[in-house]
Design a protein around this ligand. Sequence first.
Ligand code: 13P
Ligand code: SF4
Length: 312
Amino acid sequence: MDLKEEILRLKKEKNAVIMAHYYTLGDIQNVADYVGDSLALAQNAAKTTADIIVLCGVHFMGETAKILCPDKKVLVPDMNAGCSLADSCRAEDFAQFIKENPGHTVISYVNTTAAVKALTDVVVTSSNAIQIVNSFPKDQKIIFGPDRNLGNYINSLTGRNMKLWNGACHVHENFSLEKILKLKEVYPDARILVHPECKGPVVKLADKVGSTAALLKYSVACEDCNDFIVATESGILHEMRRQAPQKNFIPAPPSDSTCGCNDCAYMKLNTLQKLYDCLVNESPEVLVDPAIIERACLPIKRMLEISAKYGI
Ligand code: 13P
Ligand code: SF4
């Protein structure tokens, strides 16, 4: 059986749409109707006319799609595709943090559970965080969670002093400053591309800091550059190489060279076989408590509205 052909057949038969994040395996990206960063996946979910959304990414991305489209069936190929960053912020603990800091606007990164989003005033992604934070008055007190690195980056760019939740992503925290500097000696002209979930010293090295979509766009558009050191999850290299095959994309090395830690093991749980199985069985399905949907929907829609206003 040709899995790819069968997936395409089933997708048509069931009026399903396949959305994939840039960090998934190349095979998955090749079969998807839409490949994007977390903002683009949410934007596409919000406007799809399909009956079934298959979200090849991690669980919070499936939840976001379900919150935006509660009447649609949202499937994920593997329920175990979690996120270490979302896991670093339990809703009970975040509720306590909010309670301890009264009078603060609550801004949450999209890499959170639906229950955390339900406690939030506005959601952001790495594509729109600066604009959304800047849409609040300068003296507005803000809580930001869960990524401390992204939070510090936003604080430094906006001159804010947001109170930060102490969470991080195990993939992005792991890039080695020393090894990137050594690589730069080998490729002195290389542009360094960095996702804002990386630690501050790595972010400081960057020629471009941005979401996966922003890093991709920069690398394709840059006319006088050939080599790129890419400090984000290695799956993005698939689309970079597809869009700019003549350029040289080098994955930034993690601190531990034996662990393959620049791969997000959760994202890599999405395989063609599981995608096929989930289309056949219409399972596993992402289900979110309707009371949570009602509350979590508002901050996500607010994010989409502000993004549209800024043309993001
Ligand atoms: P993007 O919003 O850039 O796609 O990032 C998602 C993510 O999980 C980063 O680790
Ligand atoms: Fe979560 Fe990190 Fe994987 Fe992104 S790369 S999905 S933040 S664990």
